[in-house]
Design a protein around this ligand. Structure first.
Ligand SMILES: [Ca+2]
Length: 476
């Protein structure tokens, strides 16, 4: 062969090999669907032991996939937990530790613009991305889902929404009666909101598969169910008449409608031959809110049994959540994974499988652990940090169930051995001071790389704003 020509040909081949991503010819990368419940109690799915609320569709996903027995979110309430999940980094790294107030004009009140959210990382490597439902990471244009990694958005920007109505003549602080949006345009919904979100998710999948069988998609189906306001269609409440407690009866109906929607998603994946190679995650964004001594009428009727406390607390009831993954192609059925995992792992797993840019992500790709290729604990330590109304509070646990925390509402730090004391009933901080010190040192070390709290919680924000305008508006 003529030598210069050979090199020319050879470098051309190399150029092509280097420039064409390896997934271009035959894309084996999975679709990814992240389904999130809002304020759902740990014990309120069949697969976590509920006997008065039926979740047959979630249970089928659990049985045909993997149940994570020790799965944690990084914060015990909505906004910060979701910020961590979307960024794939602990939200304390960028100071997002309170629920942002709903304010379309405020370009500070949302998730740090410097954070590259994981859907944007998927977008960069060719995924079609969609958010359907709740956002809660900022309401101004700069935080808008379409500007933060989602090709498609249908839903609402605040922390929740009325399930039946839109009423722009009756504005409420957190936007619960505002119109919905679809890709920057005003939108509405027919009937019950949870059903409308499920229906939109089904349409998105069908349309995407119809348009492009080759391109994988990422769908974040972010239900606000069963977060308040407690509302459900009358016939669904009626079907739960066996539940005596009024709140829990409505709550059960809300979970039930969500579960049926998830069933529709699974059916659609089957119909479109996508189920086999779609990785579906399901979790709740924090523990269920339950009545407390200070607020005896609080809560949505959820149960976090067998754990202590609920939403807002660093006890297990606030941060340990129902969590499953389903991916027939790569994850064997009937699996239970018993080592601690973090909601931050969703981003690392997804971006890892998509062959995207994982730099700065703090979670781990769970697949080698689930499949048994890696038997070590995915996380030696997990960390929590207070913010907003719980500043100065912290929590840390290790892979062996030792948990040291200065909890919301506590007078002093406590220490528990979760493997013998799942209810966190026996504080042993006095008996094992060295263990407590060692855990706290790990927390202090971790905290050195965190940012200070950057935004006010919504209550404080509205209080300050109202105070300000009270002074500004003359009485005459
Ligand atoms: Ca929540």
């Amino acid at each position: 062969m003529d030598t210069p020509r050979f090199y020319y040909f050879y470098s051309l081949v190399l150029l092509v090999l280097v420039n064409v991503p390896s997934f271009a010819s035959e894309d084996e990368r999975p679709n990814i669907i992240l389904i999130m419940a809002d304020d759902m109690g740990y014990a309120d799915a069949g697969f976590t032991g509920s006997n008065d609320i039926n979740t047959p569709n979630l249970d089928a996903l659990a049985a045909n996939g993997v149940i994570f027995e020790q799965a944690y979110v990084t914060h015990p309430f909505c906004g910060p937990s979701r910020a961590g999940i979307m960024a794939g980094r602990h939200q304390a790294r960028f100071g997002f530790e309170s629920n942002p107030a709903f304010d379309r004009a405020n370009t500070v009140m949302g998730i740090d613009q410097k954070e590259k959210l994981f859907p944007a990382r998927l977008q960069d490597v060719g995924y079609k991305t969609a958010l359907i439902g709740k956002w809660h990471l900022g309401a101004s244009e700069v935080f808008h889902p379409n500007n933060r990694g989602f090709d498609y958005f249908y839903g609402f920007l605040g922390g929740g929404h009325d399930y039946f109505r839109i009423d722009m003549t009756e504005p409420v602080d957190e936007g619960y009666l505002d119109g919905l949006m679809r890709n920057g345009q005003p939108a509405g919904f027919d009937g019950y909101l949870t059903t409308a979100l499920s229906r939109d998710a089904v349409s998105f999948i069908k349309q995407h598969v119809n348009d492009s069988k080759a391109q994988p998609f990422f769908l974040f189906l972010s239900y606000n169910a069963p977060h308040g306001p407690l509302q459900a269609p009358a016939e669904d409440i009626q079907r739960h008449s066996h539940i005596e407690n009024n709140k829990r009866r409505v709550y059960a109906a809300m979970v039930d409608v969500m579960d049926r929607g998830i069933g529709e998603i699974v059916s659609t994946l089957k119909e479109t031959q996508q189920l086999e190679n779609t990785l579906v995650f399901f979790l709740s964004d924090n523990g269920g809110p339950i009545p407390t001594e200070r607020h005896p009428y609080a809560g949505n009727g959820s149960s976090n049994a067998p754990f202590k406390a609920g939403k807002g607390s660093f006890s297990e009831g606030g941060v340990r959540v129902p969590f499953i993954a389903h991916w027939p192609k790569k994850i064997a059925k009937n699996r239970r994974f018993s080592l601690p995992i973090s909601a931050l792992d969703i981003a690392a797993t997804s971006v890892g499988l998509a062959k995207g840019d994982s730099s700065q992500l703090e979670g781990v790709n769970l697949v080698p652990y689930i499949r048994g290729d890696n038997a070590s604990p995915p996380h030696k330590y997990l960390y929590w940090r207070g913010g907003a109304y719980v500043e100065g509070r912290w929590s840390v646990r290790d892979a062996y169930g030792n948990k040291h925390l200065f909890n919301v509402g506590s007078q002093a730090p406590t220490l528990y051995k979760l493997h013998d004391d799942i209810k966190e009933a026996h504080d042993i901080v006095g008996e094992e001071p060295d263990l407590a010190d060692a855990l706290h040192s790990h927390w202090l070390n971790w905290n050195e790389r965190n940012a200070p709290l950057k935004i006010h919680g919504y209550r404080e924000y509205h209080r300050l704003r109202n105070e300000f305008y009270k002074q500004a508006v003359p009485n005459k």
